[in-house]
Ligand binder design. Structure first.
Ligand SMILES: NC(=O)c1ccc[n+]([C@@H]2O[C@H](COP(=O)([O-])OP(=O)(O)OC[C@H]3O[C@@H](n4cnc5c(N)ncnc54)[C@H](OP(=O)(O)O)[C@@H]3O)[C@@H](O)[C@H]2O)c1
Length: 178
């Protein structure tokens, strides 16, 4: 059975992007935990991201064509309220909420592969909806001081994680559902 996997790189102080969506530090530390990153990439059938990722990646990191340095291709579903806009790449499809519907659509698009979740706000909604099976987290050796938080706001519930694999400072966790 295919899984829903949140794949993310975080700074040591818990940010997935710096101020102004700055992410060069992620690419500078890409060599960390390559086995887990490769395993995720090889088993991903489709990606579900938010418009924040789409806008940020388009301008600076090659958009859908630049995912995994161009070493992955497949459907990329982008959650947005602006459904009338035209995506800039044939693999990208704009989808509306709620997130459960987008995840169901993404799983279908992924076929026998996994659905990979990008970013934080979409991932937070997926976590709240209880649809994430695993998290693969790479911790980059950097303190950003400010930016997009990996998870939560003061109202976010505690989520239990069980570590099932580790490669350097990268870990794979299953999400414990209460
Ligand atoms: N470190 C990493 O591993 C990593 C990975 C991926 C991305 N990133 C970075 O993370 C940042 C983006 O993440 P983010 O958490 O800020 O934003 P995001 O989740 O990518 O996008 C948020 C946007 O998606 C749309 N959206 C989200 N939920 C929706 C819903 N239920 N229905 C309709 N539209 C919905 C909204 O866009 P609209 O209302 O504008 O349409 C919302 O403003 C970027 O800087 C990106 O580069 C980091």
């Amino acid at each position: 059975m295919s899984k829903v996997i949140w794949h993310v790189t975080t700074s040591v102080d818990g940010f997935i992007a710096g101020p102004d969506d700055w992410m060069d530090w992620v690419f500078e530390h890409r060599s960390d935990g390559p086995r887990l990153a490769d395993e995720v990439r090889e088993t991903t059938g489709a990606i579900l991201a938010g418009r924040g990722w789409y806008e940020g990646a388009e301008g600076r990191y090659g958009g859908a064509a630049g995912i995994y340095g161009g070493n992955w291709s497949g459907p990329v579903l982008v959650l947005t309220h602006r459904l009338d806009d035209e995506p800039n790449h044939p693999a990208v499809e704009f989808v509306g909420g709620p997130v459960e519907h987008a995840v169901a659509e993404g799983r279908e698009a992924a076929g026998s592969g996994n659905l990979e979740i990008f970013g934080a706000r979409v991932a937070q909604q997926c976590m709240d909806a209880g649809v994430i099976d695993e998290m693969v987290v790479h911790i980059a050796p950097v303190l950003l001081g400010d930016g997009k938080r990996l998870y939560g706001d003061p109202a976010s519930p505690l989520v239990g994680l069980e570590r099932i694999d580790q490669d350097g400072s990268s870990c794979r966790y299953t999400v414990q559902r209460s």
